[in-house]
Structures are given as C-alpha cells and as structure tokens.
Ligand binder design. Structure first.
Ligand code: HAM
Length: 423
C-alpha cells in the first residue's frame, strides 16, 4: 500500500524548505532586533485553552482538531499561538517580572480543519509575537512595524496594511447593542453564520465573507468610541506615520478571532496569485484574554504571519529566483582507492568548508558534471600523481585558475583565495 500525505498537509521538499528556512531565520533576526525572546509551547493543550463559553469564531466552533484518550479529558491541536502563550504566561507567573512588557515570539505548526486550498491548509506554520503586560499605543505601532518591516525585508512589494479599532470594552459593549438592534429586523436576509453571530458577536457580521457586499452591512452604524479609545487609536496612527508605514483605515475590519479589543490590523497581499487567501498576517490587542486565562487584568497585543501565504506571495514576486544552493568544495577522486580523498574531504569539513566527494571513481567528465550541478566553488582533483606527491590539484571555478597545492597547505591556500576574493 503506497500512502499519500493527508488532505490539507504537505511535504516541504528541499527545494522549498530552503525558502522556508530563509524566512523563518530572518524572522528570528527580527525578534532579536525588537527585543523578543522565543518561546515554545506544546503542540496540543487542554481544549479549554482555546475554547471559551461564548466563542463564535469559525476557528473554535468548526475547525479544531480535538481528541481524547480516555473519554474524560479532551485535548486540541493548537489552531493558533496566542492562547497557548497566554496560558504559559499565566502558568509561569511571567506577570510578576518587574520588567514589563514581556515580549515573546514563536515559529510553530498550527492545525485548522478548513477546506484545503492554496494558502489554506490543515497544518500550517505561523511566525508570531505577543507583547504582554502593557497597554500603550507605542507598542501597538512597534508590533505592526516589526511585522511590516519584516515582510518588506523579504523583498515583497504587493502588500497593504489595514488597521481598525474595535474600541475599548465600554465602546464595544455599547456598539454591540446598537448593532443587534440594527441587524435584528434584517437578519433573515443575511447568511446563517451572520444569524448565529447576531446575539453573541454582532461585530463579526461586519466582515462576513459571504454578505460583505450587502447594503444592510454597508449601512450598518459606526462605532462610537469613548474619548480614551479614540485618542488611543489616533496615537497608534500617529506613530505609524512617524515610522512611515502606509496604512488604510478599514472600519469593517473585525478579525476572525473573538479576543480582540482596540487596535486590530491585517497585512494583505494585493497580488492576484494570492487568490482569496490574501491575508498574509493579522493581529491585534486583547485586553481581556490574560484575565480570562486566570491571570491578572493586563493587556497584550500580537500578530501571526502565515509562512505558506508569505511564500506564495514571495514566489509570485520571484523573490527567490536568483537563489541557487552552492557548496564550497567538490573532491574529484580518480583512484579506485578512496582513502586519500576521504581524508581530504573530512579535513575540509573540519575547517568549515561545505564539501562533497565522488564515491565511485567515475570518469573525470562525469565528476566535473557533478561539480557544476552542485555549484561547487572549488574543485579538488585527486589522481595518481597527487597521491604520489602528497598534493591536490585545486581549481577555482570562478577564476578558472588551476594550481597544485601541497596537501598540508590546502586549507591555508583556500582561506587566502577566499580572502583575496572578498577584499
Ligand atoms: P489568524 O488571522 O487566525 O490570527 O492567523 C494568522 C495568519 O495565519 C493568517 O493571516 C494566515 O496567514 C495564517 N493562516 C491562518 N489559517 C491558515 C490556514 N488554514 N492555512 C494557512 N495559513 C493560515 C491568529 O492566529 C492570531 N493568533 C494572531 C494573533 C497573535 N493575534 C494576536 N496575537
């Protein structure tokens, strides 16, 4: 029986994995730049970590992979990173740290049971951050800056930043009531999801993927922000201006998860290759989540970038076209006896030169072909004479220069060739 990958999951083969590693390594660099420490939480948690009583999000109500091993407790493969990080923040009493906020970053696999399509998988990878323990518009702007400048540093151009405010608890509660009253008489003209959301989370009706063109939604009342919330949002926008981050205020942006308050944002791709899965990353502030998870009443903010969606965009913009894998050295061995070549290959590796060697004493022509396919910078040829003279014939594939080098001086010679080249 030959098996295939499960629907919604994919192998990441080497020719894609190098891109994957490139973007994740760069994200780690950005975590460093902005003072974030990496955290790892378990792949699965008690279901309650993700599922709250009044949840209305598709992610929680329809898409979680939940299982049990004893019919008592249920566990869920994490569908997102925030809840697990906040659980850990509370469990490990990080709130007692005198140096607030706590800034945590992660690169982890997530699991959602959605209809698979390009950019939408059952297993996918998020690069995320959470900045917990302080509420300050400077932080909101800095969080958006980290994500935006990171994505820009990959080289992609076709992105737009959308921002909105969902108001503080006071503005939102009032707005919820207004929206319920407004939508109630029209609710039968909206989709089933909207009908289900009416009482629990009417704000989600505003960014319904099915009914977003409906006049009922277009004419919905706007939120009246409290003075504090309005000033807060103005300051976030001001700091984004200072950081020269272009953004569009989209008052219908609500986000798919239930925990958001005040600032929310998404970075979307404007490239047609992204199709309907255009959101590269999204996030926002959460005033109530830490308390809901058993911690003190403190606020946090974060985002998560979908690696697969970022790579779809990067591919569409030909970002990785120039890249080719290279090695430092290829050892051509023309002798049936490989001992001499084997020792040289190992010495090169011990001195940090990435090295491959021929295993079969193939013809010179065949081995030269391999050096080209593998993009070897230096080619080391070992025939009978070289063994007799304790030397190596060294060819620099860039300059085409060839010379015979004493085996004991090989590393020094390579070092100096590289030094001369980079001076
Ligand atoms: P989210 O918007 O649900 O937010 O997901 C963030 C990103 O993960 C999306 O923009 C998308 O790039 C990627 N993503 C989501 N679902 C899939 C999927 N099925 N296949 C491929 N990529 C996907 C969150 O998860 C929040 N935890 C973000 C956050 C952090 N908010 C505050 N802190």
């Amino acid at each position: 029986m030959a098996y295939k990958t499960v629907k919604g999951t994919y192998d990441i083969l080497p020719d894609r994995l190098y891109k994957f590693n490139y973007v994740t390594d760069l994200f780690k660099h950005f975590l460093d730049l902005y003072g974030y420490d990496e955290i790892k939480t378990p792949v699965f948690e008690y279901t309650g970590v993700f599922k709250k009583d009044n949840d209305t999000s598709d992610m929680v109500t329809k898409e979680m992979f939940t299982f049990s091993t004893n019919n008592k407790e249920t566990y869920t493969l994490r569908p997102e990173g925030t809840a697990g990080v906040i659980r850990s923040f509370v469990e490990n009493k990080m709130y007692a740290n005198p140096e607030m906020p706590i800034k945590l970053g992660y690169i982890e696999e997530m699991f959602r049971h959605e209809r698979p399509q390009s950019g939408r998988q059952w297993q996918f990878t998020q690069m995320g951050i959470e900045c917990i323990g302080d509420k300050n518009p400077l932080i909101d702007a800095e969080v958006i800056a980290l994500g935006y400048f990171y994505v820009k540093s990959i080289g992609v151009k076709d992105v737009e930043v959308l921002i909105n405010t969902l108001g503080d608890n006071e503005s939102r509660l009032k707005y919820k009531d207004n929206l319920i009253n407004y939508f109630k008489p029209h609710i039968n003209n909206l989709c089933v999801d909207c009908q289900n959301r009416l009482e629990k989370n009417p704000l989600r009706i505003l960014d319904c993927k099915i009914d977003h063109e409906s006049e009922i939604i277009k004419n919905a009342p706007k939120m009246e922000l409290t003075k504090e919330s309005k000033e807060y949002f103005e300051k976030v926008k001001h700091y984004l201006d200072i950081l020269e981050i272009p953004y569009i205020v989209d008052d219908k942006l609500v986000r798919g998860l239930d925990y958001y308050t005040d600032t929310v944002f998404e970075v979307i791709s404007t490239n047609s290759a992204s199709g309907s899965q255009a959101t590269i990353f999204g996030g926002g502030r959460y005033d109530n989540l830490v308390k809901e998870m058993g911690g003190p009443e403190i606020s946090g903010i974060g985002f998560a970038i979908g690696v697969e969606r970022l790579l779809i965009l990067a591919d569409a913009e030909n970002i990785f076209d120039e890249y080719k894998k290279e090695i430092d050295c290829y050892v051509i061995n023309l002798n049936q006896e490989p001992d001499y070549a084997l020792r040289i290959a190992e010495e090169l590796r011990n001195n940090s030169y990435t090295t491959e060697m021929d295993y079969y004493a193939r013809s010179l022509k065949a081995q030269f072909k391999s050096t080209e396919r593998k993009n070897a910078r230096f080619i080391l040829i070992i025939g009978e004479d070289e063994i007799k003279n304790n030397t190596v014939t060294l060819k620099d594939s860039l300059t085409k220069a060839q010379e015979e080098v004493n085996k004991d001086e090989l590393i020094d010679r390579l070092d100096s060739l590289l030094e001369d080249y980079y001076v």
